[in-house]
Each structure stands twice: as C-alpha cells, then as structure tokens.
Design a protein around this ligand. Structure first.
Ligand code: FAD
Ligand code: UDP
Length: 383
C-alpha cells in the first residue's frame, strides 16, 4: 500500500511526490487523469520535431531564488527573456505598454509630453495597472489611459474573458500593467527561462524515484472514494488512512454541491510554417483584430534551431467539461463567495490537502505553485 496519494501530476502533484519520496522516504501513488505528466506545462516534440507546449505558451519566471534553485535540481535552463508585441493601430508595439510603445504610436511632441507626465506622476521604472491609470485626473494622462484601455485592454479582455476589464478582479488586467520604462520585457523577474530539455523532461526527472508509482489515464474517482461527511476514504475498495494531496478542481471533488465554478478555456490552433522565423518575438497579441487573442512562436521560447517553425493561435471560450479544459479561474465577487463555500468543506477534511491552480481556484503562475507545493510539504506534511 501507499503512505500518500496524490491526485494530479502537474507542478504541485509532482513536487510534493518528489519531496515525499526522496526526503521522507515514503511511498506515493500519483493518479493522473490525462495520458501524460506535467499538467498544463506539458510539452512534446510534434511531427516536425519542434518542441511545443500542448496547453499554451509557458515561460518560467520568478523572483524567488529558492524556487529557481529547487527546479534547477531537475533541469538546466535555456535562459530566455520573454518579449511581446501588440498589434495596435497598424503597428507592432511593446506590451506591456511602455515608453517605447508611446513613442511608436504618438507624434513626438505629444509622446514627449506624456512621457514626462508619466514619469512625474509615477516615477521611472514603475508599473501602473490600467484601471489605476484611468483614475488619474490630469487631462493628458486621462487621454492616454483611455487610449491604452481601448486599444490594448478592452477588446482583448472581451475576447479572453467575455466581459470588460472592470467586471473582473483588478488583479487580472493588473498582471500586464503600463510600464513607465524603456524595458521591453514582459516580466522583470531576475530568474527567467524555459527548461533546457523541456518541461516534460524536467517532470520525468522529478518523478524518477522507486517510491513513486504513477497511474495515468485514471480519474481518481475511479479508485478513490471519500465520504465528505466524516472524511473516511477507500482506495481500491480498502480503507486508507494516509494523506491525500488533491490538485484537481475543487468543485468536482465535492460533486459540484455548491454549483460549478466557472472557468475560461482555450482552443489552440497549431500551424507549422516552412520558414525559420514567423514573427519577431515569442508572443504577439492581437487585441483588436482576428478572433484569436495571441500568437506564440515556440522556437523563441525554447531556443530550438530548426528550418521550420510552429506557432499556436489561442481562441478563448467558455469551459465545458465534456469538450475542453479548465484553464483560467474567473475571479470576481460572485465566484469568490462560491469558493468560500467549497473552502469551508475542504477545511473539515484534515487529511486531504487542496493545493494548486484548480484545487484553490487561483490564477497562479508556475513559480507561485512551486512555492505553494514546497510550503505545503514543509508545513503540512513534514511537520
Ligand atoms: P495543473 O498543471 O493544472 O495540474 C493538475 C493536474 O491534475 C492535471 O494534470 C490534471 O489532468 C490532473 N487532474 C485534474 N482532475 C483530475 C482527476 N479528477 N483525477 C486525476 N487527475 C486529475 N504560468 C507561468 O508561470 N508562466 C506562463 O507562461 C504560463 N502560461 C500559461 C498559459 C496558459 C494557456 C495556461 C492555462 C496557464 C499558464 N501558466 C503559466 C500557469 C501554469 O500552467 C500553472 O500555474 C501550473 O500549470 C499549475 O500547476 P498545478 O499543479 O496547480 O495544476
Ligand atoms: N491583457 C489585455 N491585453 C493584452 C495583454 C493582457 O487586455 O495585450 C489583459 C487580459 O485581460 C488578460 C490579462 O491582461 O487576460 C492577463 O494577461 P496575461 O498575459 O498575464 O495572461 P495569460 O498569459 O495568463 O493568459
């Protein structure tokens, strides 16, 4: 039998499994619904031999030395600084919108005046969420805020989420703030890159331990049953007294008893082109044109050399469990209330730990889930 059961083999599941196996020397069973490990960070070589990310572009970035060093036990890195252009008024300009974007889109006299006002108001190298910039009273900055709101955020957000920026928690558009700077990078974190041999290889290295058993293609409900009232568990019809780490959707765990938590999903359109480079940066956003939101060209992210190139266009849609994947939790007042009900249920089950993007219904980046997994291990499993 096993000491621990983990549902899901994404970052959280794999890291906690690795810690339990190699640090605690205990036995773990990972149950994974998909036919592969790695969760949404899974990558693979397509039929042309180009490394692509199956569930959308993944660039690792963090401020945490601890997180970076932990992952570095399992991979070397392709050091890469992510840059994004947005197609605005017929020009490709840096996103997050910055001082270079300003000068590319406005006549020089106006761009200089706006630049000076931005620096006076916020200071150089500072970031301002668009919804905060819109609150500034200065007439010129009002004009600029409305321009950026209309041209960069409004239509992209409607495509991506089906609602306007103000109808979402401000932290969502706050992820891509206006940057009073000439730094064109999407992220300023000191540690940035992609795993040198791919994310999947990194996960394989993590899970390569005799104490870890992996069951793919299996929904945990096929072999684990939990009594939500008294917490009693059965695994393969035998009672189980160990701990469970659950990284799947929290509403599914509780059989949707407080209703379904909404998600946004994506459709990826992969295309391989007979050319070395398709676009000038890894990511190009199209807020106002086309049905898709952005195009990623994987070779920029991975550093791979190849005579052909693969891109992915992303079209956003509502989540439907029968048809697609739950990618983005929808953070607003209503869903936060619903989440509280689920969290209350989860708190009653002391031997089940809910962690990760789906289990906590949080818009976490990869570095945040790595930090979360290490914290869960140190505070709830090791102690
Ligand atoms: P997941 O990776 O979702 O893993 C959960 C696992 O549980 C999955 O493998 C799933 O199949 C399994 N599971 C679910 N239900 C069951 C069940 N019933 N039974 C068994 N198994 C089950 N972050 C960044 O830092 N940088 C980026 O550039 C970036 N880009 C992203 C792009 C997109 C399009 C998306 C959607 C996310 C992106 N992220 C990015 C976020 C990143 O994907 C997540 O932070 C990370 O993958 C979350 O890890 P996790 O372990 O919490 O969950
Ligand atoms: N956003 C936007 N225009 C852009 C880039 C981002 O409106 O050109 C908004 C949009 O609402 C998006 C959010 O900012 O969902 C967060 O963007 P990010 O690039 O962080 O999204 P992710 O990579 O997580 O899909």
């Amino acid at each position: 039998m096993f000491d621990y059961i983990i549902v899901g083999s994404g970052f959280v599941g794999s890291i906690i499994a690795e810690r339990i196996a190699s640090h605690l020397h205990k036995k773990v069973l990972i149950i994974e619904k998909r036919n592969h490990i790695g969760g949404n960070a899974y990558d693979f070589y397509n039929e042309e031999g180009i490394l692509v990310h199956k569930y959308g572009p993944h660039v690792f970035h963090t401020r945490s030395k601890e997180v970076w060093e932990y992952l570095s036990h399992f991979t070397d890195w392709n050091i890469y600084q992510h840059e994004t252009l947005g197609f605005i008024d017929g020009r490709f300009v840096p996103i997050p919108f910055n001082i270079h974007s300003l000068h590319q889109l406005f006549p020089q006299f106006l761009a200089l005046r706006l630049e000076e006002k931005l620096i006076d108001q916020f200071g150089y190298n500072n970031k301002v969420p668009i919804l905060k910039l819109k609150e500034i009273e200065d007439e010129d900055l009002q004009y600029l805020a409305n321009y950026i709101y209309e041209k960069v955020f409004l239509n992209y957000t409607i495509k991506q989420w089906g609602v306007k920026p103000e109808e979402l928690d401000p932290t969502v558009t706050g992820r891509v703030p206006v940057f009073v700077s000439k730094d064109n990078r999407y992220f300023q974190d000191p540690y940035q890159g992609t795993p040198k041999y791919g994310y999947t290889k990194m996960f394989e290295n993590m899970l390569d331990h005799e104490n870890i058993k992996l069951l793919l293609n299996t929904d945990y409900k096929d072999i684990v049953s939990v009594n939500h009232g008294n917490g009693e568990m059965k695994v393969f019809n035998q009672s189980f007294n160990g701990k469970v780490i659950y990284t799947g959707p929290i509403d599914y765990f509780f059989d949707y008893k407080h209703g379904k938590l909404p998600y946004r999903s994506l459709q990826f359109i992969f295309e391989t082109h007979p050319m070395e480079k398709f676009q000038n940066t890894g990511q190009v956003n199209y807020p106002n044109d086309y049905e898709f939101t952005r195009i990623t060209e994987f070779k920029h992210l991975t550093g791979q050399k190849h005579s052909k190139t693969t891109i992915a266009k992303e079209i956003s849609l509502n989540y439907d469990a029968a048809k697609n994947e739950p990618y983005y939790p929808v953070k607003n007042n209503e869903t936060q209330e619903q989440l509280k009900l689920y969290k209350k249920e989860a708190e009653k089950l002391h031997h089940i730990i809910f962690a990760g993007r789906l289990a906590e219904y949080q818009y976490y980046n990869m570095d945040a889930v790595v930090a979360r997994a290490l914290k869960v291990f140190n505070e709830k499993i090791l102690k």
